[in-house]
Design a protein around this ligand. Structure first.
Ligand SMILES: Nc1ncnc2c1ncn2[C@@H]1O[C@H](COP(=O)(O)OP(=O)(O)OP(=O)(O)O)[C@@H](O)[C@H]1O
Length: 201
């Protein structure tokens, strides 16, 4: 589903990575690890077509990724650092919006929100949510919407222990439904649960 060959990205004079091969198939989760600043987010941005590699090529479902392409965006669900949601909407309204825009039945919205630890907050506008609550809502949105590819950049950020356990579960649900998942992470249980691990250094 994602297939990269000979990928190289330079930041200034320095090659963050070069000659990198990477692939992830439907129903599999690949984790990317490495120290701060090594290039994990940059690699994820290449998979979403937000960053053009200086060398090599990446294909997603056989095509060069293009974040501006509506068909591509419908297929590929992403959580990046700057991902955001509508502060004036409640979590229930977020799910209704997603369901409507994808024309999809996401399941029982209240049950999904209880499962995400947002049961008490499902009818409260999300603008004043805590960092962890916002992260739970974002993660629920990107994992519950229809997708064939899921890209998650440090999804564990701001989550408490229960939230991190839930995160491992929702990723497993996504792969079980046949999605190809890539997760850049510093959270060891996500590495243990992954089918493959790419270490950048
Ligand atoms: N567009 C750019 N131009 C120049 N340098 C960049 C650019 N994008 C990223 N960098 C640099 O590339 C390096 C890798 O950044 P990146 O965000 O990919 O790292 P990361 O592995 O995700 O780090 P972290 O674990 O801290 O999130 C950093 O030193 C960053 O400053």
């Amino acid at each position: 589903m994602i297939d990269a060959k000979g990928l190289g990205v330079r930041a200034g004079e320095l090659w963050l990575f070069d000659d990198l091969d990477f692939s992830v198939d439907p129903g599999e989760c690949a984790a990317i690890v490495g120290p701060n600043g090594v290039g994990k987010s940059t690699l994820m941005r290449c998979f979403y077509g937000m960053q053009k590699p200086q060398r090599g090529r990446v294909l997603v479902d056989g095509k060069v990724p293009d974040e501006r392409d509506v068909e591509f965006r419908r297929k590929v669900s992403v959580l990046f650092d700057d991902s955001d949601f509508f502060a004036e909407l409640t979590p229930l309204q977020h799910l209704e919006l997603l369901s409507g825009s994808f024309g999809a039945d996401l399941g029982d919205h209240e049950e999904l929100l209880r499962d995400a630890g947002l049961g008490e907050r499902m009818r409260v506008t999300s603008g004043h949510f805590s960092a962890g609550q916002r992260r739970r809502l974002l993660l629920l949105g990107v994992t519950a919407r229809p997708h064939r590819v899921l890209l998650l950049d440090e999804p564990e950020r701001a989550l408490d222990t229960a939230g991190k356990e839930w995160l491992v579960e929702v990723i497993a649900r996504s792969t079980a439904a046949g999605a190809a998942v890539v997760v850049a992470t510093h959270h060891p249980p996500l590495l243990e649960a992954a089918d493959s691990v790419l270490e950048l250094w």
